[in-house]
Design a protein around this ligand. Structure first.
Ligand SMILES: O=C(O)C(=O)C[C@]1(C(=O)O)C=C[C@@H](O)C=C1
Length: 358
């Protein structure tokens, strides 16, 4: 070993001991905070977002912003686990992007709970069987996840956070050659996100929608040799199901991102950079929708999303899912909401939560 290499490693060894001491000092403080919470919620998304934003502002590299958030999410996850082991429900099975999103936000799950449907994720959190739930709500290519929106309308749960996950799809198979592929399995949303790629490279292959990408990977793994079965799924699914990646990053839009929501039984305090999600219905009079949104302009509250959805009560009647900047406790948002309530036939605040940290 060269002298220089040995010197560098000796320095790393010394730094590691300092880091170890420091993370344990941090963990002891988190444990103390846990007792101060006195039975209140252990997970504080607003505080975690503040911790990450502060570190991102201070980061001078060479570690990237993504690396810094991943490291500190891991640290906070372990500190949090000393206060309480949280159960997080997500749309399973393992290997889905929902699992990846849950892992990203909670920094590695202490107690993951796989659910068979979005409905089950809601039920598990509503019943208290899970502390939190992670559900997909929209994709940048395919749009809204209708089932999540419908369930949000009816639930008593709060949205306590959002996660943005860049979604990269891969064609996975036991077959070695793209030309052998006759059937491609995946979730309908993923088939949609890879539509152009499939038209171009596998125009004759049959496309079969299944309940999840992990289920697709499992089917590709079970298919007898020579049947030419492939799945569209994540690289993690390729590892889990021991499949070859025949083509990587096959999504039509390289910026393809899915947004997930975190569901909780409790409200979240302001973090300084928040979003509020609402569902509103307009009165059935001319100009009602335009008049409904006027208070947002009046109190200078920016709208970041506006999505209509059939109300399921009357034929051709709609409700609107609206996201605005700010927390419902901020003066401007709270005044705008008061005014909105007077104009709407229904208004429900689904939750205020920190804007996703990368
Ligand atoms: O500040 C707190 O409330 C803590 O419990 C500490 C801590 C952390 O490790 O920084 C852990 C869990 C919470 O979700 C937020 C932050």
């Amino acid at each position: 070993m060269s002298d220089q290499l040995k010197q560098c490693r000796d320095q790393i060894d010394a730094i590691d001991l300092q880091l170890l001491e420091l993370v344990n000092a941090r963990a002891r403080l988190a444990r103390e905070i846990g007792t101060l919470k006195n039975g209140g919620p252990i997970y504080r998304p607003e505080r975690e977002a503040q911790v990450l934003r502060r570190l991102l502002d201070a980061n001078q590299g060479p570690l990237s912003a993504e690396a810094v958030t991943a490291i500190f999410r891991g640290v906070m996850s372990n500190c949090r686990a000393l206060e309480k082991e949280l159960t997080v429900a997500f749309l399973g099975p393992v290997g889905t992007f929902s699992e990846e999103a849950a892992n990203k936000q909670f920094g590695g799950l202490t107690s993951p709970m796989e659910c068979v449907s979005i409905d089950e994720v809601f039920r598990m959190v509503e019943s208290g069987a899970a502390d939190y739930g992670v559900v997909p709500v929209e994709n940048s290519t395919e749009g809204a996840v209708g089932r999540t929106l419908d369930l949000l309308m009816a639930t008593s749960l709060h949205i306590c956070g959002e996660i943005e996950l860049p979604v990269h799809h891969n064609l996975l198979s036991t077959a070695a050659d793209l030309n052998d592929i006759k059937v491609v399995y995946s979730h309908a949303q993923s088939l949609g996100q890879c539509h152009e790629w499939l038209n171009r490279y596998l125009p004759h292959a049959e496309r079969q929608a299944v309940v999840s990408n992990a289920e697709a990977a499992s089917l590709a793994k079970q298919a007898p040799d020579g049947q030419g079965v492939a799945a569209i799924a994540s690289k993690r699914a390729a590892e889990l199901f021991d499949l070859q990646v025949l083509a990587a990053s096959i999504e039509d839009d390289p910026r393809n991102t899915t947004r997930f929501l975190i569901l909780a039984n409790h409200d979240v305090a302001p973090s300084g950079q928040d979003k509020t999600s609402l569902v509103i219905a307009a009165k059935n009079v001319p100009g009602a929708v335009v008049s409904l949104l006027a208070p947002l302009a009046e109190y200078q509250v920016s709208m970041t999303k506006f999505e209509s959805r059939p109300s399921k009560i009357g034929m051709w009647e709609y409700v609107f899912f609206v996201d605005v900047e700010g927390h419902h406790l901020d003066a401007s948002v709270s005044q705008a909401l008061e005014e909105l309530k007077k104009r709407a036939s229904m208004l429900k605040v689904l939750g205020s939560y920190p804007v996703a940290v990368i």
